[in-house]
Design a binder for this molecule. Structure first.
Ligand code: UT7
Length: 375
């Protein structure tokens, strides 16, 4: 049976840094002390005006392709995990496919709250293991800052924007050992954006009532999260044929330091095995785990043959966990010539993508001016 292994990784965060103090200075009734003590967050990155989820996703994905030294034409499937797509339709993955010129790839979005990225890993790995794909690009990207109420101190301080990507590739050695996917829709109301879907289409009233903003029952999500991380992790570790002491690195969803510490304690995983970076990014929703993984790799915390446990939870309610046996060598340094070719290739790709869009527009107008006779 073919296995799925991580062959490339990349992350991107917007350049605008907003600290806890900035939020307090902007008039929000909060303080750096409160946010730090209750969440562990010190600052977050926010997308610029007009910067959308696909913009972040493309940058992270390009880096993952670079690390794997893979050509866009070699990608069979793109899965974008997001709860803040550029549009309700088309899928953000389709926009990413066009911008990267992945001309042989299918493209689909997955929405499973903050667990979407882990769902994408599970689904992508399954495509490879079944022999239907050789390379799958899985991306977690969100611009939740567009959906939080900047007057609601109980939610807006928690989130940041970002993107992370992994390139999964067929391998003879096991890489993604097992993925658990779980959900409990009875908790749907605990973390919800009420308006903007078919249940409650946006209109003047919904906007006036702020129903297009994220609403969360923080305390209930908190209590549930500490338990579900442990349950999902244990199940996944066992299904991977391991015991908790065989885990070398634990990367949980970066939502709240208190949740993370409580869950690690329950799992018996000490601080040296834990990776946390939420103080700098806040909760970046679907990007939280891939960004943390990229930083762990950059800091030398991931070595070949390590067992890495990734566990997430979020809106749905949903949860997911996976254990990866790390098998890739560290990235190769590219020669200046290869770097030049890659840069020019990328520029050409974006020109081609824009030419394709212009051609679609021209075809539309041509067919309106000179309609074909219908049969
Ligand atoms: O991927 C998404 C998953 N979501 C999560 O992981 C969220 C899980 N929940 C949490 O992380 C925590 O519940 C929060 C950080 C959201 C809240 O922390 P808490 O310790 O549960 O606080 P609380 O809701 O019990 O509120 C305590 C007090 C309240 O004031 P009173 O009623 O005691 O006077 C809040 O109004 O803290 C107040 N408060 C704040 N104060 C200053 C709430 N937010 C803030 C704030 N600054 N930003």
């Amino acid at each position: 049976m073919p296995y799925a292994q991580v062959a490339g990784w990349g992350m991107y965060v917007p350049s605008r840094v907003v600290t806890n103090d900035h939020l307090a200075q902007m008039g929000l009734d909060t303080s750096d002390e409160w946010i730090t003590a209750r969440t562990g967050i010190k600052e977050r990155r926010l997308a610029a005006q007009g910067e959308a989820t696909s913009d972040l996703a493309v940058k992270a994905a390009q880096r993952a392709l670079d690390v794997a030294n893979a050509r866009p034409s070699e990608i069979d499937l793109i899965i974008v995990a997001t709860c803040t797509p550029d549009h309700l339709m088309p899928a953000t993955a389709a926009l990413v496919q066009d911008r990267l010129s992945c001309n042989n790839a299918g493209a689909v979005d997955v929405n499973a709250g903050c667990s979407g990225f882990m769902y994408a890993i599970g689904l992508g790995a399954a495509q490879i293991e079944s022999g239907r794909a050789r390379r799958v690009l899985v991306i977690g990207a969100d611009v939740l800052s567009s959906y939080v109420d900047w007057q609601d101190r109980s939610t807006c301080v928690l989130f940041g924007d970002g993107a992370g990507a992994l390139l999964l590739q067929v391998s003879e050695e096991p890489g993604i050992l097992f993925t658990t996917l779980g959900s409990d829709g009875s908790g749907a109301g605990l973390l919800v954006i009420p308006a903007g879907g078919s249940r409650l289409p946006s209109n003047g009233n919904t906007v006036r009532n702020g129903e297009h903003y994220l609403k969360m029952n923080g305390q209930q999500v908190f209590r549930w999260a500490t338990q579900i991380i442990e349950r999902a992790s244990i199940k996944t570790i066992r299904a991977s044929g391991l015991t908790p002491d065989r885990i070398d690195l634990f990367i949980p969803h970066q939502a709240n330091l208190r949740i993370i510490e409580a869950a690690s304690k329950r799992l018996g995983l000490n601080e040296e095995k834990l990776f946390v970076n939420l103080s700098r990014y806040g909760n970046t929703t679907n990007a939280s785990i891939p960004i943390a993984l990229c930083e762990a790799i950059a800091m030398g915390r991931v070595r070949p043959d390590d067992h890495i446990l990734l566990t997430s939870f979020g809106s749905g309610l949903s949860w997911a966990a996976t254990v990866i046996r790390w098998g890739v060598p560290l990235p190769v340094r590219l020669s200046p010539w290869r770097r030049f070719r890659r840069r020019t290739g990328r520029q050409w790709t974006s020109v081609r993508s824009s030419l394709r869009r212009q051609r679609q527009k021209a075809r539309f107008w041509w067919e309106r001016i000179f309609p074909r006779n219908s049969v």
